[in-house]
Design a protein around this ligand. Sequence first.
Ligand code: M6R
Length: 651
Amino acid sequence: MTRVGHRRSPATGGCPERPERVVTLTPVCGIVGYVGWRGAQEVLVNGLRRLEYRGYDSAGVAVVDGRGELEVHRAAGPLDNLVAVLPEGGATGEGTGRGGTTGMGHTRWATHGPPTDRNAHPHRDAASKVAVVHNGIIENFVALRAELEAAGVELASDTDSEVAAHLVARAFAADPDAGLTAAVRAVVARLEGAFTLVFTHADSPDEIVAARRSSPLVVGVGEGEMFVASDVAAFIDHTREAVELGQDQIVTLTRGGAVVTDFLGEPARTRPFHVDWDIAAAEKGGHDFFMLKEIEEQPAALADTLRGHLVDGRIVLDEQRLSDQELRDIDKVFVVACGTAYHAGLLAKYAIEHWCRIPVEVEVASEFRYRDPVLDRSTLVVAISQSGETADTLEAVRHARDQKARVLAICNTNGAQIPRESDAVLYTHAGPEVGVAATKTFTAQVIACYLVGLALAQTFGTKYADEVAREYAELEASTDAVARVLEAVVEPARALARELAASKAVLFLGRHVGFPVALEGALKLKELAYMHAEGFAAGELKHGPIALIEQDLPVVVVMPSPKGRAILHQKLLSNIREIQARGARTIVVAEEGDETVRPFAEHLIEVPAVSTLLQPLVASVPLQVFAAEVARARGYDVDKPRNLAKSVTVE
Ligand code: M6R
């Protein structure tokens, strides 16, 4: 068995592991478990606050109280609804003088059963001895439920998760001396699908047992206290020493440490790491919303993503399990990603094709594997994912590997599943992103894509070392340009947002690298402000979308520099004239000093002059602020847009 105690862990870094295969992908929920010396309820609720981005349909906590009884509180809706029903002062075991110090919490993104109090986790067995929280889908729950009902068990919820509580209670009761871990091991062997589960038993109050299949689970190692959670953010207040659990592992946590085995009870390999960001990164820092803070953190996110990747004149990745020869053999690149990450991927194409003269295709991950793309050993698939958990992207990675393609991951979450299953990894060091809308991780992904482009260019010999160093220096300089945008545009973008908040729709137009910016600007507005927003390649306008233009429709135009590609600039000016002639209100994002555009811009947002590939970094920022402020003006929760979760772990 692997024992984990409190010790300094090696810094985060590469750990070549065999790829792990799982059959099913899971929805996203937040899980936290605690055993230690603090009042568990407070630890759990604070942990859930940091995990609320994972799901906010309902929440709950279970604590083994000072009398050795399970105390469970659950509430549909946001976490504050749960807090409102918790015992005053957060103490449990009231009247006994001993608060509970063992427990678990959950924030839910509903799959089986509507988001009601009774379907909220934790779930219990009938005798209220076992509590469980679950992230995933137990695919054979119908059969298991029928089996339990045939044995006279009454289930109290519509969920698949509840069966696990009853099954563990029965396994424990059958052989109490074998302990909770043995009971959990026996039950997980019967479960099909994807499940990350945490259990506690009132008769064994000094331990919690968790099993991981599919969804992430990390252990936090404190002094006389241990944590387990979907994300380190849940326990970062208390410890920065963590251990990532692998697939099909069970961990038993007591105050003194953790014991990790596989599902058969054999010793299991784990990966300890030190979290290199602190509590301030996981808090709002004076902002009303995480997203607004995260927008402002972009210069630092870019700098941190670049740092340390130019070593002795060569671009180095964070992890590389491919030989130089294998990389040199690459003759085609696919970029796969979803949502905002896909927009970053579109920009990768411009850079890689330009610098490496190699064909690059960019595809939404959910489409990639279903169309049987032509992949072989000489194909590089670049998978971009902030979370590293996105089901569509993960399945695209698996498909690519099955076809023997090489996979390079760009990811913001250390040790997440996508980087674990990839041959090479470049981490975006953007820090935790809590707002559901991606902002700093988008610009960090763009920078990371460019680093990958430079790494390939040096491998293929399409760029000399001094050219690579020059490009790298330009990337570094972009952090200042983004900082200047933030200083200059936040207020005007806010004012504009207030003015346009009542609009029915907004269109976004761009050409060349401005096209992905237009797509991203529209996505931000859709997801945050629930407003109809579309991004178009400006040249496509006359092929259909121009029919949408009507009097006073706001149209955001991302202008290229008048210096670099004068022809593109000219063409966009013509596009602006076309839409103005049809009554559109023009909001133009243009380079400082671009006087030619001024007469055509009802609202002009000026951004610093940078090289063509860096323009998306400076042009995206005002659109992020604009979307957040429109959402705010419309009274929406900027961090938690309806129907969305931060990581989409269902296909
Ligand atoms: O974690 P990932 O980067 O794989 O997530 C991909 C998309 O789900 C994500 O970018 C989504 O589009 C964002 N909410 C957009 O702001």
